[in-house]
Design a protein around this ligand. Structure first.
Ligand code: FES
Ligand SMILES: [Fe+2]
Length: 433
């Protein structure tokens, strides 16, 4: 159970909020590179409760700025994306991607003060198919995150995105709540019917594992563990939370599990999910003995068409309004939920908690230790930032994420969890040499 005031601190992200100030100190995935064309239409972008526009100029550079023109606040969404700048259609002032005013078309040249006017533009960076934005103080910009999956070249990475109609922390907590895997996603799978080479057999055979949770320089980590069938060994699933809104879930065996998932707040009650995953990781499916994908294990969702409204991007066709297209017959017979794929199953339960869940109503159990500790870790970091401006180490030293990966592995029962993890990571680094 959390205090109502803690819940407010964790959830509110708008300008002036504690969490919003903290998040603005980190680079944020803002949009897919493919969403902006050179000289194409500007994009309405909501981020941390701010209404922004994004556009790509003639040279290919991306600008992200307050949508209000600094002259008299008309929206630059209606602007003309012209030769290397966007021109406000009200009185013709033109701005480049850095916010510099290039032209004050309606003012006689001797009264022009364009060098004194700037649009409120944020620093952007584009890497491997993703446009990033830095919304904090523009004079002290940190390095981009070095989470492994975000560093994959464009021909190796798949980036999935979808909007979720709830607060960012509900999405994130779904990713660090490994306990639900054996139910929400694999509740109908029978241990005897999971492919033998599939490590999910352990998840299905023992649905109430134990947990170890620890703080890290970059956030928190946990491992769930249970004995393998027949005993002797331990099956581990180890994963990380990374400041401010990243989860590295343990979806696959650790040697192939290159994945990072960001829960980017659009505002207090809408979140954009971005998953960076290696193509080969994605290919590994959960199968039954005949090689068929386990029912409910799909990942591909249908989308509504994007529109130009502030929250009009990447909304799923199945949603709260149609009960996520739940099929009660399939729920009775083959799948635990009757909801067609993993992402949608997560979407349904996290949105069903309410736009901002009331955490004073919860009854946390031993299976929620990662969630409880991560909340405390985030609250501690936000309070330290409020007190004296201090920030987690990872913000200034992105390289500490090198060699950090999540995943599952089996080790002899007497090997310590961190030793087993480090052995695997050493073997992975050696194989990559
Ligand atoms: S409001 Fe944009 S040029 Fe006047
Ligand atoms: Fe899930």
């Amino acid at each position: 159970m959390s205090r109502a005031s803690d819940n407010e601190t964790l959830s509110r992200v708008g300008p002036g909020s504690a969490m919003g100030g903290f998040m603005r100190k980190f680079w944020i995935p803002a949009a897919l590179s493919s969403e902006l064309e050179a000289d194409g239409d500007p994009l309405r972008l909501m981020l941390l409760g701010e209404k922004l526009i994004a556009f790509r100029d003639t040279s290919g550079r991306v600008g992200i700025m307050d949508h209000r023109c600094p002259h008299r606040c008309a929206s630059l969404f209606f602007g003309r994306n012209e030769e290397d700048g966007i021109r406000c259609v009200y009185h013709g002032w033109k701005f480049d991607v850095d916010g510099n005013c290039l032209d004050m078309a309606n003012v006689p040249s001797h009264q022009d003060f364009k060098h004194k006017v700037k649009a409120n533009a944020y620093n952007t960076h584009e890497r491997n198919g993703m446009i990033w934005v830095y919304m904090g103080d523009q004079s002290e910009i940190p390095a981009l995150p070095e989470i492994e999956a975000t560093l994959l070249p464009e021909d190796q990475v798949l980036i999935r995105t979808a909007q979720r109609d709830c607060n960012w922390l509900q999405g994130l907590e779904g990713d660090i709540d490994t306990s639900h895997l054996s139910f929400l996603h694999l509740g109908a799978a029978q241990a005897g019917n999971v492919a033998a080479d599939n490590d999910q057999q352990h998840v299905v055979a023992a649905r109430a594992p134990e947990y170890i949770v620890a703080e890290t320089e970059y956030g928190t980590k946990y491992a769930s563990f249970r004995s393998t069938e027949g005993g002797g060994d331990t099956y581990w699933r180890l994963a990380h939370y990374v400041f401010p809104f990243w989860a590295l879930p343990p979806n696959r065996p650790i040697d192939i599990n290159i994945i990072g998932r960001a829960w980017v707040p659009l505002d207090d009650t809408h979140t954009m999910f971005y998953e960076f995953i290696h193509k080969d990781t994605r290919k590994r499916m959960r199968k039954d003995k005949s090689g068929k994908r386990l029912r409910g294990d799909g990942v591909d969702s249908e989308f509504r068409s994007n529109d130009t409204s502030w929250l009009g991007r990447w909304r799923l066709a199945a949603n709260a309004g149609n009960d996520y297209l739940i099929d009660r017959d399939i729920q009775r017979s083959e799948s635990y939920t009757g909801i067609s794929n993993i992402h949608l199953q997560d979407q349904a339960v996290t949105e069903s908690m309410g736009a901002i869940t009331d955490r004073t109503q919860e009854h946390l159990s031993a299976s929620d230790e990662m969630i409880a500790k991560t909340r405390r870790r985030i609250l501690g970091a936000v309070r330290a930032f409020q007190k004296d401006g201090s920030l987690p180490v990872v913000r200034g030293d992105a390289a500490i994420m090198q060699g950090v990966r999540s995943g599952s592995y089996v080790s002899p029962a007497d090997v310590d969890w961190m030793n087993a993890y480090e052995d695997h990571m050493r073997a992975i680094a050696k194989a990559a040499e």
